[in-house]
Design a protein around this ligand. Structure first.
Ligand code: FE2
Length: 387
């Protein structure tokens, strides 16, 4: 580290706010610092580099968990660990290597693989934390949300918003595994967690193909007049057939020369609350993206963190300067301000969730997009988290 004659450290040397560095061998200064410590005080000038970095400096690191590793461990958990009251769920969380000892994919996001065997039941409970499930494969499980049985099928997004009762029951013959996403780390840091136990089973063992909430809310652009606005979506299931149709249509429109895609070769939809048009969950943004084969996205870095799961296809993700091959089921943690580029070898469908609603509510959203052509590189920064 270099220090200027006036006692400050040049910003370029440390990529942080320059700190004043007085002579720490001065006995009077030591006495002052001892007085601070005794009084429960810490001066800003010794801490500003960490407290107020020039750009985000997350503890979490970019990381990929491969499905081929996760699935056998989930299966083994099914052999050895019962599901029921107490542990509540056979869920195995992604633990970011940059956040040692914590079951957090990123500082705000929980992502876990949940495993439920044939005829098993995950007991009812509810909590402050908002949750969703994204289904990669399998069938036979219904999640019962506030007494309404919702079928879980591949490609579906299912919601269990904050303080909604929920339990799961499996009527099939094969184990089922899915991704759980929650705002557990955020709620934990906010000291906002409440948890209540429900019945040991689930309140409804029925197996309808269409839940009551879908019958009421699942009609595009048609809002039931009698239903109130709610901060979380009243629609608990976003079906793959609808998501797939929407993505397909965007790429078809691109072929016909019309707008609709995020960027060339890349379609994307956001799951929204049909009562308000806002995010489906108040604290989590959920989206599905589709890249044509051979497409490479622009490079984006965004304030706030995200987790991605490959639904179908193969490709690579570049996380800052690391290039990693990904396949169906693989999970990717992207910390705040990490540069992300996605390239598709085949058609590549990706589910993603992030903490953007939080940053937007606090007016902290910022995205930097770098677009490269054969001849130019263009970088643009906006005050939003929109791709
Ligand atoms: Fe839960």
């Amino acid at each position: 580290m270099t220090t200027d004659a006036d006692g400050t450290t040049p910003a370029t040397a440390t990529a942080s706010v320059p700190v004043i560095a007085p002579d720490e061998t001065d006995p009077d200064l030591r006495k002052l610092y001892d007085g601070f410590a005794a009084a429960g005080l810490i001066p800003l000038w010794t801490e500003i580099g960490d407290l107020m970095p020039l750009t985000p400096r997350p503890g979490a690191v970019p990381h990929v968990w491969q499905w081929d590793t996760l699935l056998p461990l989930a299966r083994r958990s099914g052999d050895l660990v019962p599901v029921g009251r107490g542990g509540e769920r056979r869920a195995i969380a992604l633990a970011n290597p940059g956040l040692p000892g914590r079951p957090y994919a990123t500082p705000n996001l929980w992502a876990a693989i949940q495993y439920l065997g044939p005829r098993e039941v995950a007991p009812a409970h509810r909590h402050s934390q908002g949750a969703f499930r994204f289904i990669l494969e399998g069938e036979g499980v219904w999640t019962v949300v506030n007494g309404d049985a919702v079928e879980m099928r591949p490609g579906d997004l299912l919601l269990t918003p904050s303080m909604h009762w929920h339990g799961h029951h499996h009527v099939g013959d094969e184990p089922m595994v899915w991704l759980d996403g929650l705002d557990i780390p955020l709620v934990h840091r906010l000291d906002a967690g409440f948890f209540e136990f429900g019945e040991d089973g689930v309140s409804d063992r029925s197996t309808p193909s269409r839940s009551r909430n879908e019958r009421l809310w699942g009609h595009p652009g048609l809002r039931p007049i009698a239903a109130p606005d709610t901060p979380n979506s009243p629609l608990m299931a976003y079906r793959w057939a609808d998501t797939d149709d929407a993505l397909t249509a965007q790429l078809e429109l691109e072929d016909e020369g019309h707008p609709g895609v995020i960027e060339p070769g890349r379609a994307g939809i956001r799951f929204t609350n049909p009562a308000t048009g806002r995010d489906a969950l108040a604290s989590l943004r959920t989206e599905m993206h589709r890249l044509r084969p051979g497409t490479t996205t622009a490079t984006r870095r965004t304030v706030g963190s995200s987790v991605w799961q490959v639904f179908r296809g193969n490709g690579t993700v570049t996380l800052d300067d690391r290039v990693i091959e990904v396949a169906a089921g693989d999970l990717i943690a992207v910390p705040s301000w990490c540069a992300l580029t996605i390239a598709a070898d085949t058609r590549l469908d990706l589910f993603t969730f992030n903490d953007a609603p939080l940053y937007e509510a606090l007016n902290l959203a910022r995205t930097e997009t770098t677009t490269r052509t054969e001849t130019t590189t263009r970088t643009e920064t906006t005050g939003s988290t929109t791709a």
